[in-house]
Design a protein around this ligand. Structure first.
Ligand SMILES: [Zn+2]
Length: 78
C-alpha cells in the first residue's frame, strides 16, 4: 500500500501518513463480521451493528485516498 508517497507540499516534511483505504475497509469489514457472528450466537441486536459496520466498510472503500502531514496537519489528495 505504498504506491503513491510524497513529502508534504506545505512544509516539505517527510512525516506523511498515507491512509490506505483497503486497510480501513478490512478493519471495518472484520469488525462487522465479528459482530455478525456474535449477533447470531449471543445477542441479536449486534446483527444490526454488524450490518452498519459492513456498510461503513463499503463506504470507506469508495472514499478517496488522503495523505496527511503529521507536522502541520495538512491534508491533500495524492
Ligand atoms: Zn506539512
Amino acid at each position: 500500500m505504498t504506491d503513491v508517497w510524497e513529502s508534504c507540499p506545505k512544509c516539505k516534511s517527510n512525516k506523511v501518513v498515507s491512509r490506505g483505504k483497503l486497510y480501513y475497509f478490512l478493519l471495518w469489514f472484520a469488525a462487522g463480521g465479528c459482530l455478525l457472528w456474535l449477533g447470531l450466537l449471543v445477542y441479536w441486536p449486534l446483527l444490526i451493528l454488524g450490518f452498519v459496520f459492513i456498510i461503513i466498510s463499503v463506504f470507506s472503500f469508495m472514499m478517496p485516498r488522503v495523505n496527511r502531514c503529521t507536522e502541520c496537519k495538512h491534508k491533500w489528495k495524492p
